[in-house]
Design a protein around this ligand. Structure first.
Ligand code: 48F
Length: 258
């Protein structure tokens, strides 16, 4: 049978719109497909929640692919090794408490396992704003990333979510929007974004976990975004805190939605 370009087009359009329509309302919307967002999506989907992740770039995986300075290995401490095991990532002991893993294997495993668990990923979509009611955040405002990149004046679309996770890394993009539009109301010590501090790996790894929480009604922060929001330091290419933060935010959300 001769393959038809028209059928190929119909198949893609039909399947994509079905997928998008299925996620116009969801339990949890995750912004950012780095390690924290992917791990959060995996555990939420595994628990049966309707969860979608929106990523600005063509590829998900965030800052994990390049390891440290493009040396494509990452370091993970003992306390987070169970997450590597959960995702089937091979890892090796380097010295007590320090494990290494191939960053490409880790990123690709997080993507493969989270989608297989039921996480829907929309790439090339940028979250440019949030949907808000009097007392809480109720969803996301989306546009195609090429629209943003070309500076085209095209109105966005909105999707509803019971909860949103800002997993946008150093940029803290969702928190920034909320802070700009509802000034002084974040659940941080100052009510504003405290701002990321310079590198201190040990402190940062502990704080990443502590800072993973609800920062505005309906909005949680995870990963590097949690540290930047609450004024924690950066940590460089040790990724245990990111993995544990994704796991923690999923647990907290499952408690909230129980
Ligand atoms: O930066 P990223 O990997 O965040 P993370 O999960 O992990 C941080 C580490 O990679 C590393 C580190 C720790 O060792 O310090 O930096 O906290 O992934 C964030 C993703 O969010 C996307 C961005 O393209 C990246 O892939 N992103 C950022 N803003 C938006 C967005 C937005 N407005 N809409 C959609 N995606």
């Amino acid at each position: 049978m001769e393959l038809s370009e028209v059928v190929i087009t119909q198949a893609i359009v039909d399947r994509f719109w079905a997928k998008f329509k299925e996620n116009i309302e969801m339990d949890v919307a995750i912004v950012g497909g780095g390690p924290a967002g992917l791990v959060a999506g995996y555990f939420l989907a595994k628990a049966g929640k309707k969860v979608a992740l929106f990523e600005r770039k063509l590829s998900v995986g965030g800052g994990m692919w390049g390891g440290g300075m493009m040396f494509n290995e990452i370091v993970v401490q003992e306390s987070a090794v169970h997450v590597l095991k959960e995702f089937g990532v091979r890892h090796r002991l380097y010295q007590e408490d320090y494990y290494t893993a191939d960053s490409v294997e880790t990123a690709s495993s997080l993507i493969a396992q989270s989608t297989k668990a039921g996480l829907t990923i929309f790439n090339c979509m940028t979250v440019e704003d949030v949907m808000m009611r009097a007392d809480r955040l109720t969803g996301l405002v989306l546009n195609w990333s090429p629209v943003e990149m070309a500076g085209l004046h095209v109105d966005p679309l909105a999707v509803g979510a019971e909860f949103v996770v800002d997993a946008t890394g150093h940029a803290t993009e969702v928190v920034k929007v909320v802070s700009r539009k509802v000034p002084g109301k974040l659940l941080t010590p100052s009510g504003k974004i405290e701002g990321e501090k310079s590198m201190w790996a040990d402190k940062a790894e502990t704080l990443t976990l502590e800072n993973t929480c609800e920062v505005f009604p309906g909005l949680f922060v995870a990963g590097m975004s949690a540290n930047a929001t609450f004024g924690g330091p950066r940590m460089g290419p040790i990724f245990g805190g990111m993995l544990l933060s994704g796991e923690k935010v999923a647990k907290e959300l499952l408690k909230k939605m129980a």
